[in-house]
Design a protein around this ligand. Structure first.
Ligand code: ZN
Length: 682
């Protein structure tokens, strides 16, 4: 592991923060915290914490001894001075006299000692930082240290590697008792440069930010070298007796099996995030995966994100997906039963009275394919997959030189059902479209981009499709979605794009079939070519996209919604708009046909009838021509409706969202035109 300290970068950051009134101690604390945070082999997603003992003025101007320690909700990789709130040292040192303190009282005392009452909660490991005498203290959950420590003889391995340089503290639950235990260990080893927290992580310290960081890198590198020296085997693989089915066919089956039926045709769905590199495939395909993957997380923190164990699934064999689908349902039910039994057993052992969390897995192991993270948003699924990969990496290392052994089930439970975590229950509100995946064709255009943003705002994972990749990327960036290049008139493109959607998020629930363009010509004179070109884009492309979407939806077995941009022309033909209007009229019929044929699959189909939207569909030239033809100003033409208001792309986007949320509505047309009685649906 490389030491990435740079004198120049350190000086730059000190200078930059000095301009903002931030002192050198805190500036350097920010610098090395970010160095630690940037390496996923050290910490991930809010894990780890750092501190510096310095001085800060209180409101009266008196200088106080303070501990600037990582605040909750901050990630080391992106930390700012505000993420290291100052806590009065005298108050923290006074707590050392106590023999017990509840977690709630500890959190309260720490908050009460903040200099800024609006600062985030100081880390739950604040007392441990305060009671270590060194000025700078760094704490990570480094992979290599965990691989060495997470062994039946892990403490002995650490002692023999580090000797007197590192103190070793036995496993202890985070909070007050860990701080007491660790502080006593540090006092017994006054010359130690750091401390191993058995089966949890590593602390290093020093009188400068550079020294504490350098020690972290050195100690972790020593663990890496010891593992490499002791490594005598890679994970033996279980033989696969057939070819594995492709990811894009397997993922929708898993996603469907993981969805929870809420009754009345409603589902609570999840988003998947697949990882299929060699490491993931080797880990999932190991002969002993049933043992090494089920022994708890590699550090206690991870249980909050990924539950005590991943779900193990059988290999999905090509040509035999029905058997895999049945096995997946059985395996998921068995996982939930096992989780309920674990909860009942450990809750009773710990005195009872806790509220059970949901019993569903957060990551999956699939021989032949690798691992999947599971979450109710794309981000949550990615975090679960990242932490799953870290667990796989640590356990693979541990098994290469010994045998992985995590913390006990009781310790896992104590962390998962920590009172500080239980207090957060019920506070997170699930967004209306959380867990759902939406694809928007023509997603780079005005209406498409507004629609992508509107669905993202409701919690959906969004995939933007457009034949112009750059436009798709701009639109996707605005809604934190994914961009895919796809010309919907090319059926190969459509097939590839929908397979990619299944690979990226595990499937699809909502299609907004929006791509289109206006074609004009007097119907008695227009060329066949123009008419056919319009039908390709304004009818057949919708059919290709809808068919690809329905295929995925049926694999999932959890219904879905098709939403078509039908336009006003489908109902109220305008002069010279035949080529466009005829295709749109057929599109409206297509929407109703899907409602009829796939209603029994729980798939709804609805259309939006919109008019006079300033968009790439109706170019400014066309708007100018049409307003001129009616002898109106452009503004009067655009707002020429019963409400006298211009209709925007956002209005159309809201209509698509409303139709997605209207769970009992199918074969409907929703008008978004500010009122045009000639185009009203009869
Ligand atoms: Zn920790």
């Amino acid at each position: 592991m490389k030491n990435r300290w740079s004198d120049k970068d350190a000086a730059d950051i000190v200078r930059r923060y000095a301009d903002q009134g931030v002192g050198e101690d805190l500036a350097l604390r920010v610098y090395t915290s970010r160095l630690l945070g940037a390496d996923p082999r050290l910490v991930q997603h809010g894990g780890g914490n750092t501190s510096v003992k310095t001085t800060a003025p209180d409101v009266a101007g008196d200088s106080l001894d303070v501990l600037c320690v990582k605040g909750s909700g901050w990630d080391l990789e992106f930390i700012e001075p505000a993420g290291l709130p100052a806590v009065r040292m005298d108050r923290l040192l006074a707590l050392r006299r106590l023999s017990t303190l509840t977690d709630e009282a500890m959190v309260d005392a720490q908050r009460g000692a903040l200099l800024d009452s609006t600062a985030p909660n100081p880390s739950v490991e604040t007392l441990l930082h305060a009671w270590i005498p060194a000025k700078f203290v760094d704490h990570t959950h480094a992979n290599a240290v965990l691989a060495l420590s997470d062994q039946p003889d892990g403490e002995a391995r650490c002692r023999s590697l580090y000797g007197e340089r590192m103190a070793v503290a036995p496993y202890c639950m985070a909070g007050f008792s860990l701080a007491q235990t660790a502080a006593a260990v540090v006092e017994a080893h006054p010359r130690a440069e750091g401390m191993i927290l058995h089966k949890h992580g590593i602390f290093t310290w020093g009188d400068s930010a550079q020294k504490s960081y350098a020690r972290m890198i050195e100690m972790v590198s020593m663990a890496e070298a010891a593992i490499a020296a002791g490594a005598n085997r890679s994970l033996p693989q279980a033989p696969l007796d057939a070819e594995t089915a492709p990811l894009h066919q397997v993922a929708p089956i898993l996603r469907g099996a993981l969805a929870e039926a809420l009754g009345g045709g409603r589902w609570s769905r999840v988003v998947l995030d697949h990882r299929g590199d060699d490491a993931a495939i080797t880990y999932a395909g190991g002969e002993a995966v049933g043992r090494y993957s089920q022994g708890g997380p590699v550090t206690p923190d991870h249980v909050i994100r990924i539950k005590p164990w991943p779900l193990l699934l059988p290999q999905p064999r090509i040509g035999d997906l029905a058997a895999f689908a049945a096995a997946a349902v059985v395996a998921i039910d068995a996982y939930a039963d096992r989780y309920r039994a674990y909860f009942a057993r450990q809750d009773a052992a710990a005195g009872g009275g806790r509220t059970m969390l949901d019993p569903w897995p957060r990551w999956l192991l699939v021989p032949g394919l690798g691992l999947f993270g599971v979450g109710d948003t794309a981000k949550a699924a990615a975090i679960a997959a990242d932490i799953g990969e870290t667990n796989a990496a640590v356990i693979t290392q541990a098994e290469s030189c010994g045998r992985f052994e995590g913390i006990t089930e009781a310790d896992v439970f104590e962390m998962e059902y920590w009172s500080l975590e239980q207090a957060k229950l019920g506070k997170a509100k699930r967004a209306p479209l959380a867990g759902q995946v939406v694809a928007v064709t023509g997603g780079g255009g005005t209406i498409g981009a507004a629609t992508a943003r509107a669905f993202a705002a409701q919690g959906a994972a969004v995939v933007v499709l457009d034949r112009d990749l750059e436009a798709a990327q701009v639109s996707a960036a605005a809604c934190k979605g994914m961009a895919l290049e796809c010309d919907v008139t090319v059926s190969g493109d459509v097939g590839d794009a929908f397979a990619r959607i299944a690979e990226i998020h595990g499937g699809l629930d909502i299609l907004v079939s929006n791509a289109g363009a206006a074609f004009t010509g007097k119907i008695g004179e227009v060329s066949d070519a123009t008419l056919r070109e319009s039908f390709e884009l304004n009818f057949f492309a919708h059919q290709s996209a809808a068919q690809a979407a329905v295929r995925i939806m049926r694999q999932q077995g959890t219904g879905g919604v098709l939403l078509f941009n039908a336009s006003k022309q489908a109902l109220n033909p305008g002069p010279d708009f035949g080529p466009y209007g005829l295709a749109k009229a057929a599109l409206l019929a297509l929407s109703r046909q899907y409602a009829v044929d796939h209603g029994p699959d729980g798939i709804r189909a609805n259309a939006v009838n919109a008019d006079r939207i300033r968009s790439n569909l109706l170019s400014s030239d066309m708007i100018a021509d049409r307003s001129q033809a009616r002898g109106l100003s452009e503004q009067a033409y655009m707002g020429g409706n019963l409400l006298g208001q211009e209709v925007t792309a956002e209005d159309v986007a809201q209509a698509f969202v409303a139709l997605a949320l209207a769970e009992k509505t199918t074969a409907a047309v929703l008008t978004v035109d500010g009122g045009n009685i000639a185009a009203a649906v009869r």
